[in-house]
Design a protein around this ligand. Structure first.
Ligand code: NAD
Ligand code: 13P
Length: 352
């Protein structure tokens, strides 16, 4: 029997939890090798020790997921090429801004028969237009790439609280089922849908709406306003996704990756939290500053995604159609005050 070998590329907050989930399953399922290799972007801790050494000694990612045992079969590896060289299943889970560089380093370094999945919420904007991270991975590495997104605040899954997730696949149902198997646990319920772009865009765009929700919280505008922002945001998410890819299905927005992720991120995510602080400070402290102070090395995706979405909107002449997305970016860069998040009278959303 050919056993699959899994490598996780990334070891932040979600990357560590994903490794823990996977490692519990590779021990249980005979179709996988027990060991899960986790590539770590190496850093030196205040103690002087290397993060990788500490993870391998204590079985904990003391910086990005303190207090949680990852499973003894998780092996941290600071060498990217070495970490991927024997793998036939690659799980990508880094902040999206680092993926272009990582893919460049991996060209020609992965196995011919490798399958990939991206847990990364974000996109790249190139001269030719927007490029989803799963597409970047597929094109650069010549592999097929599924996605997994959902209402998945990592710290809650780390302590095994029940949640759901959605795998998006293009055409190979069998491979999608294998990913579902690798991630599913009694507390993590995974469903596959044939809509890779829809699933990935849900995960990506909800971070922009979460920034808007954070502004509303910072300005203490209340629950009705926040619900309105979430509804308008969901509508813009759907419209934007369908304009980019006509194949995107409405039903995807009712999966965990859609409305459920939008809700959890607007209630309890990092994007919401930092945007709240930004609004409380009336935009006088930059997002970069607040991110460094409040997240201690973890990374926000919503601010850069808002900029990337804005670039697409302005290139295509769609700014008027997406007042919420456009306003979030304009507030983030200081062109508008946080209170502009509800000033829609002149810029009423025109989409049905
Ligand atoms: P994180 O924000 O916790 O951590 C940042 C990571 O980036 C660390 O592992 C750090 O070592 C690494 N890093 C820093 N500089 C780097 C560089 N130059 N090159 C490569 N890596 C570098 O990461 P995360 O929470 O695992 O997020 C990864 C992805 O997962 C994101 O797209 C995020 O949206 C998504 N996600 C996160 C959560 C969550 O709750 N944390 C949940 C679902 C999805
Ligand atoms: P934040 O990055 O805003 O914490 O969102 C996490 C997430 O994607 C939950 O599904």
């Amino acid at each position: 029997l050919h056993k699959s070998k899994v490598t996780v590329v990334g070891s932040g907050n979600w990357g560590s939890v994903a490794s823990k989930l996977i490692a519990s399953n590779t021990l249980r399922l005979s179709s996988f090798h027990d060991e899960v290799r986790m590539w770590v972007f190496e850093e030196t801790l205040p103690s002087g020790e290397k993060l990788t050494d500490v993870i391998n000694r204590t079985n904990e990612n003391v910086k990005y997921l303190p207090g949680i045992k990852l499973g003894k079969n998780v092996v941290a590896d600071p060498d990217l090429e070495n970490a991927v060289k024997d793998a036939n299943m690659l799980v990508f889970v880094t902040p999206h801004q680092f993926m272009e560089g990582i893919c460049k380093r991996l060209v020609g370094k992965v196995n011919g028969d490798v399958e990939a999945i991206s847990l990364i919420k974000g996109m790249e904007v190139k001269r030719e237009g927007p490029c989803m991270i799963s597409t970047l991975i597929s094109e650069q590495l010549g592999v097929s790439c599924c996605v997994l997104m959902g209402a998945n605040i990592a710290n809650e899954i780390a302590v095994e609280k029940f949640s759901e997730a959605t795998v998006g696949y293009r055409d190979n149902r069998e491979i999608a089922e294998k990913w579902v198997q690798l991630f599913s646990t009694p507390y993590f319920m995974v469903t596959a849908v044939q809509d890779v772009e829809g699933v990935e865009l849900c995960g990506t765009l909800k971070n922009v709406v979460a920034i808007a929700a954070g502004f509303v919280d910072g300005l203490e505008m209340g629950n009705n306003t926040k619900a309105a922002i979430m509804r308008i945001g969901l509508r813009e998410m759907r419209a934007f996704s369908k304009l980019l890819f006509s194949s995107v299905k409405d039903s995807t927005f009712f999966e965990s990756c859609g409305v459920a992720d939008l809700i959890t991120t607007c209630l309890g995510g990092r994007n919401r939290k930092v945007a709240e602080a930004f609004a409380k400070n009336e935009g006088k402290r930059s997002f970069d500053d607040l991110e460094a102070e409040m997240l201690q090395g973890q990374k926000l995706q919503g601010v850069s995604t808002a900029r990337e979405v804005y670039e697409v909107l302005s290139h295509r002449g769609w700014l008027e159609l997406f007042p919420l997305f456009a306003t979030v970016h304009e507030i983030c860069v200081g062109h508008l005050p946080p209170s502009a998040i509800v000033e829609y009278s002149e810029r009423k959303p025109r989409l049905s």
